[in-house]
Design a protein around this ligand. Structure first.
Ligand SMILES: Nc1ncnc2c1ncn2[C@@H]1O[C@H](COP(=O)(O)OP(=O)(O)OP(=O)(O)O)[C@@H](O)[C@H]1O
Length: 255
């Protein structure tokens, strides 16, 4: 059946180099609205580089060069006048290791909105409640909002980071191995949360865990040595891959 969802990203002939070392080769990929899109592949294949390119975070490494196009909602993010700050507001990111600021839970959540000029206490309170509810954390922390986020468990800290991302009302959430530092119960909570979030957001998740990709994603992309080998419905990729290299990887022959 044809996929009638609109595209959030259209990636066209994307190449990326760190100095002289090419890390991504001719990537072409459409990422659809309200999908959970999983990026899998062995260590060093370019998964993190790829997601960090989608909001141009990768450019914090000064030697990075790119060619090709990434259209976000129809506009090429590499255009000279494209406003990177706007892109990063719309395309939020959650990292592997929970990285809350060394501040209270409340201050973590209002950080982004305050930068965007929101000062009204009542509005900020509402953002905090909405974001923490969105990250399935409100009930656990509502009585300790002014305590330091470092006092929370790793799984709770990761949900603070997700709430911090929701507070700036993104369109897309990029997640780079968001559960790899978490225990199984926290992992399950974050996976359940991702299923809820996809109703309102488009999610791209890097994971080294194939079972996780199979459990939570609609589409899966398999990367190998900087190339996109196969990108299709998650069920098809895991049950009936069309490329021998995908089959070898998902059956554990390498990686
Ligand atoms: N800051 C950097 N400077 C130079 N080369 C880099 C940098 N970051 C990544 N690379 C190189 O780019 C390639 C892809 O790395 P990347 O981290 O994107 O892979 P990955 O699939 O996410 O790996 P892992 O699963 O181990 O996190 C690797 O060869 C890596 O050495």
């Amino acid at each position: 059946m044809a996929d009638t969802k609109s595209s959030v990203f259209n990636v066209k002939d994307l190449n990326l180099w760190y100095g002289d070392n090419q890390a991504l080769y001719d990537i072409n990929m459409d990422i659809k609205e309200n999908d959970v899109t999983a990026i899998i592949g062995p260590s060093g294949c370019g998964k993190s580089t790829y997601v960090k390119t989608l909001n141009r975070m990768v450019e914090t490494v000064p030697v990075v060069k790119t060619s090709g196009e990434i259209e976000y909602r129809g506009k090429n993010i590499f255009e000279k006048n494209y406003l990177v700050e706007d892109l990063r507001t719309k395309v939020g990111m959650v990292f592997q290791k929970p990285n809350p600021f060394p501040k209270s839970i409340y201050e973590n959540i209002v950080y982004g909105p305050k930068i965007h000029g929101i000062k009204d206490k009542k509005t900020l309170d509402q953002i905090v409640e909405k974001s923490l509810k969105g990250a399935a954390l409100w009930d656990e922390v509502k009585d300790r909002l002014h305590e330091n986020a470092y006092g929370l468990s790793g799984g709770q800290q990761q949900r603070v980071c997700i709430a911090r991302c929701l507070a700036i009302e993104p369109d897309v959430i990029l997640m780079d191995e968001p559960t790899s530092a978490l225990d199984p119960i926290s992992t399950l909570k974050v996976e359940e949360l991702i299923q809820e979030l996809k109703k309102d957001y488009s999610i791209v998740i890097v994971t080294h865990n194939m079972q996780q990709a199979a459990r939570i994603s609609d589409k899966t992309a398999f990367f190998l040595s900087g190339e996109l080998v196969e990108y299709t419905d998650t069920n098809t990729l895991f049950q009936n891959p069309s490329d021998k290299r995908t089959e070898d990887y998902i059956t554990g022959r390498f990686g």
